[in-house]
Design a protein around this ligand. Structure first.
Ligand SMILES: [Zn+2]
Length: 309
């Protein structure tokens, strides 16, 4: 879809309950402003919105989500954005903290994204399998993975919309040719919702803090044509290297040096072939699923086998 028809769909969705206009009607209005009158799309959007606000006798504040951008899951690529989103509850998980009321996975045709609903938000419980229009949710990011948070100001509206939840996962494979700096045993800022990786004991936001240990690998897979950057989180790193967080801490303690962990990991996994599946965020594929592959056949071995037949 073009920007223009995306925008038309968004405007249509904003007004679907208030105004009897089709997406085509909206698009036509936008089109006229943009092509005939050379109005920039942002301005055209505002103007078309104003037209429908007038028509419906509404103020901008009457629209859900205080005029937030309505986004799809795949559009979420920045933390701390206030957005509206229509998505189905794919899965609910057991909250691990008392401050969390509900946690799980939302999906729309473009993919899935984690959501968290704060216990103190006093919002109604979401039901698995139900689609909702969620107004005024905040985006968040952790290790390159995005989520949305429902808060006191969030509006929840059940909608009857049927769609197949998209799969925003990619699969890449190749030889693990590099482990980048910032891999191995790292420390993160313990401040709530921060989790930045510390540099020399300092968080870029909170200054000197008592960090919390974590494991990760930022790796590079080379398939002979392209290179793919992959992030393995704590669990994936342990699966990949056989080294868990406790063991890594012990190694660092014994050596009085945290860098021994990444060195050890390099020695274990560099040169191995992997197939990694997970969502792509920015440059990285986040390893949800990792499979060790046999190395591509050694041509010499193939030749010997061919001669023996
Ligand atoms: Zn911090």
């Amino acid at each position: 879809m073009s920007d223009l028809s995306d925008t038309a769909t968004e405007i249509h969705d904003e007004f679907s309950e208030h105004v009897d206009a089709s997406v085509d009607d909206v698009e036509e209005r936008l089109q006229r402003l943009v092509t005939e009158y050379k109005v920039p799309l942002d301005e055209a959007r505002r103007s078309v919105e104003n037209h429908y606000l007038d028509e419906a006798g509404l103020d901008r504040d009457d629209l859900g989500g205080r005029g937030n951008e309505t986004v799809q899951v795949e559009d979420v690529d920045e933390p701390e954005q206030w957005v509206d989103i229509t998505a189905k509850v794919v899965e609910l998980w057991e909250p691990r903290s008392d401050s969390v009321g509900q946690v799980g996975l939302l999906g729309d045709p473009t993919g899935t994204i984690k959501f968290t609903k704060w216990a103190k938000s006093d919002l109604a419980d979401l039901q698995e399998g139900q689609t909702y229009r969620l107004g005024n949710v905040v985006t968040d990011e952790y290790q390159g993975r995005y989520s949305v948070k429902l808060n006191k100001t969030t509006t929840i509206e059940e909608v009857d919309e049927e769609f197949d939840v998209g799969d925003n996962e990619d699969t890449v494979e190749g030889a693990l040719v590099d482990i980048q700096s910032g891999s191995g045993l790292i420390k993160r800022c313990p401040e709530e919702d921060c989790t930045r990786v510390l540099q020399n004991g300092r968080c870029s936001e909170h200054g000197e803090v008592e960090g919390e240990f974590d494991l990760r690998i930022k790796g590079v897979l080379d398939d002979g044509r392209d290179v793919h950057e992959v992030i393995f989180d704590e669990d994936a790193t342990e699966d990949l290297t056989g080294v868990g967080l406790e063991e890594a801490k012990q190694m660092a303690k014994d050596a009085l040096d945290t860098t021994v962990v990444a060195d050890e990991m390099r020695a274990t996994v560099l040169g191995n072939y992997y197939r990694v599946t997970g969502p792509t965020l920015g440059r990285y594929v986040l390893a949800n699923d990792t499979e060790r592959l046999d190395a591509p056949a050694d041509p010499e071995a193939v030749l010997i086998k061919a001669r023996s037949i």
